[in-house]
Structure formats: C-alpha cells, structure tokens
Write a protein of this length. Structure first.
Ligand code: ADP
Length: 441
C-alpha cells in the first residue's frame, strides 16, 4: 500500500485492522495494532512525505507466528532514526523500531499471533491474501465512524476497569484493617499469655523451693528426734532388764509381768527409732554406699541361715536358691543384705502356708533378685501406697512392723543404682523384685 496523503492514513489503519482480524488477533489487539499503525503512518507522512506499507505474516525469533508491518519511507529518515511522537505507541505492539531490510531502512512493527488461533498454513495465508485483495478499502468517513465506535468502547472499558479497581482497592483496605486488628489482638493475647506463663513459673519455683525445704526439715526433724530418743529408750531397756535380773531383788509375779511389758514395748520403740533414723539418713543423702565386689552366694547363704530361725510356721517353707554365675555384683553388701532380709521377713510375716522363695537371675546386664511368696497378695491400687512411709495394708495381720521397711528398702535400692518393684494379685501371693546393674551404679 502506498501512503502519500492524509486520506491514506485511514485506509492503512483499516487494512491493519482487517489483517489483524484475519490472522486471529483478539478484538483489543486488532485495535492496538491499527492504532499504532495509524500513529506511525501519520508521523512518517509528516516527517518524510509518506511510505510504502507491507503487511506480512512470519515467525519471530523464537519461532512463534507474528503479524508484521513494514513502512518503507519515501525519503530517508532524519539521521536514519525514528521515534514515535508518543512513547505509549510502542507499548501497543510487541516490537516497534527501525530495521535494515535488504539495505533499505524501514520502520517495522510486529505483534504475536495467539497460538490458539487457527493454523496459519501457506494455503490459509494465500486465501487471506485473496480475500483482503478483493475487498475494496472503505471511505475515510467509514473508517472514522468505526474508529469513533472503537474509541467509545475503549473508553467504556477503561471506565469499568477503573470502577473495578476502586472496588478492589476498597476491599483491600478493609482486609488490611481486618488483618491489622487481628494482628494486634493476637499480639495482645500472646503478651498476656506470656505474662501468665512467667508468673506461673515463678510460683512453681517458689513452691518447689518450699517443698525442698519442707522435706529437708522433715528429715532433720526425724533424725534429731530419733537420735534424742535412742539413748533414753536404750536406758529403759537396760533398766527393765536389770529389774528382771535374778541378781536383783525378786519381783512379784505381777511386777515381773509388767516389767516384761515395759521391756518389750521399749524394744519395739527402739526398733522404730532405729528405722526412722535409717530412713532419715537415706533421705538426707547422708547414706554413702560402701562399694565393693559382693559375693551374692555368701549373702544368700547368710540370709538362709538367719531367716530360717525366724520362720516359726511349719506350713511355710523358706527357699533360697543359689545364684547363677557370675555370682557377684558391685554393690554395698550390708545395705543389700538389709533390703533382702526386709523383703524375706515381710514374706514370712504375711504368708500363712506355702513358701517364700528368693532367687537370682541375670538379664540385660542386670541382676534380678526376686522374693516371691504364696501369701494373701496385695490389691493393685495399693502397689504404690505400700512404698509410702507408715502405710500398712488395712486388715493385714498386725505382726509388729512400722510401715517404714519398704520405703526405706526402695530408697536404698535406688541409691545402689537399682529399682524395687512389686507384682502381686490378691490371693496369689506377691513378688518383690530388686534389679541391680552388675557393674554397680
Ligand atoms: P511393715 O512390714 O513394717 O509393716 P513395710 O513397709 O515393710 O512395713 O510394709 C508395709 C505394708 O505392706 C505391710 O504392713 C503390709 O501390709 C504390706 N506388705 C508388705 N510385704 C507384704 C507381703 N509380702 N505380702 C502382703 N503384704 C505385704
């Protein structure tokens, strides 16, 4: 197409739009290309008196189809350069600039064709070419009318977009305020929670300090009282023994009986005092094990001897099995014997018929020493309570005892690096198991 007079601008514009529509550009893109074309055409007409306009469809650098318009100016461009009078024009197309076409300088613009549009085969292009060739260009007035229509449509679109933008902006602002409010609320809540936690921790620290000091006072009290009681109680026992001695003045039968009661009560009291003292010592951490390689066979042998004498019931058999190899444990012999004696003693006390059995096993680098009896057993809910100080199972036979043996035994076993646990079912007897690391704590 030749662009020589003002009127040609309209024709070029119209053709541009037709070509853009024919290759499948969207409506908006058709108008963009046509508008850019008419602007550039106007510039060239003014600057160099016109151009020869060529429409083409080809591939861009990335091999994608594009529609291309070359405007070859009729006179050389000043300095061989071209700048559209408005920067916005260049944004209407994908590319707008001066290129060298076989030695001639031409102004070129191009716009990519969407892939979704129908395949632009050579046949299809030939068809388009004939179609466009046969249609006569409309008059300037026609083009002006259509341009007006397009302008109104574009204005409408801009307005509706602006309204939409305003609504969006408003929504965004509201959302922002909501988020800020939520954030503030969360911050406040977090702060309040933090303060609560800090206060709670302070209280907890205070409480545990109180607890510690209460427990220390208790141990100190027990130790002091027991210690102070021991001397007079021992004196009472000695004096009552002296009174009953045949070398002293003879007592009446009744007096002898009363002195006997004093003595046995004092003896009970002394054993309670001694146990309290032991427990206080273990609790205050002043009990230091005397670590040595302990021969379990020897300990078991001794227990067998001393406790046989204790088991007065003929219906109960005391069985002490021989420990398997290695037969030794790193521990405190006196404390360990004390614990086992205590457990065996309990077994004998609370078993009416059957047996009380001490046996040793090695499993997982530990000794498992168990004292099993065939006595009445202990209800599951009391399995932990009997390890509390002074607790005695209600209804169990009152055969001496203070309720201090098991709590003391458990403390000592822990000191030796082990555990003391009970398994028992009422009616089926009880088994107390001491585990100890073979190599010591
Ligand atoms: P004590 O034997 O001096 O009463 P312990 O602390 O040794 O105190 O035991 C606490 C209580 O646990 C006992 O009074 C008894 O009720 C119960 N008990 C302990 N060993 C056995 C056992 N082998 N069978 C049944 N009950 C037991």
């Amino acid at each position: 197409m030749a662009l020589r007079v003002e009127h040609d601008i309209f024709v070029v514009r119209q053709r541009g739009r037709e070509v853009a529509a024919a290759v499948g550009l969207e409506h908006q893109d058709q108008i963009r290309l046509a508008t850019a074309l008419s602007e550039v055409a106007r510039d060239l007409l003014r600057a160099v008196g016109g151009a020869d306009v060529t429409f083409a469809v080809d591939l861009d650098e990335q091999g994608r189809p594009q529609v291309r318009v070359d405007l070859a100016p009729v006179r050389p461009l000043p300095d061989g350069r071209y700048e559209p009078h408005s920067g916005a024009v260049a944004r209407l197309v994908d590319m707008l600039g001066v290129v060298d076409r076989e030695g001639d300088t031409v102004v070129r613009m191009s716009r990519r064709v969407p892939v979704s549009s129908q395949a632009l085969t050579p046949e299809r292009l030939a068809e388009l070419r004939t179609e466009l060739g046969s249609s006569a260009p409309g008059s300037a007035l026609d083009e002006l009318a259509s341009q007006n229509e397009q302008l109104i449509a574009a204005l409408d679109e801009v307005r509706s977009q602006r309204d939409e933008l305003a609504v969006l902006n408003e929504e965004l602002q509201e959302t922002n305020q909501g988020v800020m409010a939520l954030y503030n609320q969360l911050t406040e809540e977090l702060e309040a929670t933090n303060q609560g936690v800090v206060a709670l921790y302070a209280e907890l620290d205070e409480k545990s300090a109180q607890l510690r000091s209460a427990s220390e006072s208790k141990s100190r009290f027990l130790a002091n009282v027991s210690h102070e009681l021991r001397a007079p109680v021992t004196a009472v026992i000695g004096l009552s023994r002296l009174l009953a001695d045949s070398a002293s003045d003879p007592l009446t039968e009744e007096q002898a009986q009363q002195v006997g009661l004093i003595r046995s009560s004092a003896t009970d009291l002394l054993s309670l005092v001694n146990e309290l003292l032991d427990l206080a010592k273990a609790e205050s951490g002043r009990l230091e094990p005397n670590w040595a390689e302990v021969d379990l066979r020897a300990v078991f042998g001794q227990l067998r001897g001393t406790l046989r004498a204790l088991s007065t019931r003929t219906d109960v058999e005391l069985v002490v099995e021989d420990p398997p190899p290695p037969g030794t444990v790193r521990s405190d012999e006196v404390l360990l014997a004390q614990v086992l004696r205590n457990l065996l003693h309990n077994g004998l006390k609370f078993t009416e018929r059957g047996e009380v059995r001490l046996r040793a096993e090695v499993r997982d680098e530990r000794w498992w020493l168990s004292v099993a009896d065939t006595g009445a057993g202990i209800a599951p809910e009391l399995h932990e309570r009997i390890f509390e100080e002074f607790y005695q199972v209600p209804g169990s036979p009152r055969i001496g005892g203070t309720g201090l043996g098991l709590p003391y035994a458990r403390r000592v076993v822990r000191l030796l690096g082990g555990t003391l646990e009970l398994t028992s079912e009422p009616g089926r007897g009880s088994t107390f198991t001491v585990t100890l690391p073979i190599g010591g704590a």
